[in-house]
Design a protein around this ligand. Structure first.
Ligand code: GDP
Length: 297
């Protein structure tokens, strides 16, 4: 493993990119995520059947992997940004080849640009007779996106979520973008993570899918997640296998929370149950106060 030391002396290690799919309604975000999920490690292991867990990992022939957030649209992205959690490294901007650039295409573009997140364009529905990818290129160029075929650095890939055309090209483009960004994470020290999905399991209680930003999560640690707290009872990878630690950019399922957190909540490791309870209570009170303030406005 390639390792490097930062100025502060922390050990940094290359990590996979975390990718969000955005774009106008009906341009194929959900379909594209479904198609990409079919190429994921979990789908391969499970013979194509996979659960929706908030994130999935695609492994490339080279051994490199890409983490996709499994929630299309702007809501997830905005929620995370509002909480100061820029968990996304790259945005896939989906534009339907027949429909072209639409209001939410521009909105997504603006979101990514404000957050300083690079865009890879996926021109979708290229299987359609009415597809006109060239027109989409011109439209995006007019909107100020510097596409690579015009000398810029924004990659453009033609895909079809329906026929699965170009999915490998899209994955390659994302890998190249990630390489350019030279993504690294601190692996030692206290862990920082973000929830991408939470759900209640009958037998296991609240479960949170989280992506570690830095450090390593360990079983037995006390954590505060949003305004909830707990002690990590188990950490599983996306294949449902127990792992003792959550590594940067890899989604893991955390069991042991007392309540259900929300997507976008941060995961903070604290050193005792007492601190966990205190922080959780403090945050709950603040939430309640904010709620009352809002209601009285
Ligand atoms: P979203 O609103 O962006 O998530 O879009 P969806 O994934 O729900 O897709 C909207 C519609 O476009 C659905 O009827 C899909 O079946 C269709 N669709 C999505 N991708 C493709 C594609 O690559 N080719 C064709 N022909 N239809 C597609």
């Amino acid at each position: 493993v390639r390792r490097q030391h930062s100025d502060e002396g922390a050990v940094l290690q290359p990590r996979p990119a975390v990718v969000t799919v955005m774009g106008h309604v009906d341009h194929g975000k959900t379909s594209l995520l479904d198609a990409l999920r079919q190429t994921s490690v979990a789908a391969k292991e499970a013979g194509g059947i996979t659960q929706h867990l908030g994130a999935f990992v695609v492994e490339m022939p080279s051994g490199a992997s890409i983490t996709f957030l499994d929630t299309p649209g702007h809501a997830a992205f905005s929620a995370m940004r509002a909480r100061g959690a820029a968990v996304t490294d790259i945005v896939v901007l989906v534009v339907a080849a027949d429909d072209g650039v639409m209001p939410q295409t521009l909105e997504a573009m603006a979101h990514a640009q404000v957050a300083n997140v690079p865009i890879v364009v996926a021109i979708n529905k290229c299987d359609k007779l009415s597809a006109d990818p060239e027109r989409v290129r011109i439209q995006l160029g007019t909107e100020g996106l510097l596409l690579e075929d015009l000398g810029g650095d924004v990659q453009v890939v033609q895909v079809s979520a329906k026929t699965k055309l170009g999915l490998d090209k899209l994955e390659e483009a994302l890998l190249l973008q990630a390489e350019i960004m030279d993504l690294k994470a601190r692996i030692d020290g206290p862990s920082q993570a973000y929830v991408v999905e939470a759900r209640l399991d009958r037998g296991r209680g609240p479960l949170a899918t989280a992506i570690v930003k830095s450090g390593t999560l360990v079983c037995g640690q006390y954590i505060v997640v949003g305004s909830e707290w707990g002690r990590i009872r188990s950490i599983r990878d996306m294949l449902g296998r127990a792992t003792s630690s959550g590594k940067p950019a890899m989604p893991v399922e955390i069991e042991g929370l007392k309540g259900l957190p929300m997507a976008g909540d941060d995961v903070v490791v604290v050193d005792s149950e007492e601190r966990a309870r205190m922080l959780s209570n403090g945050r709950k009170k603040k939430l309640e106060k904010d709620r009352l303030l809002k209601a009285s406005e």
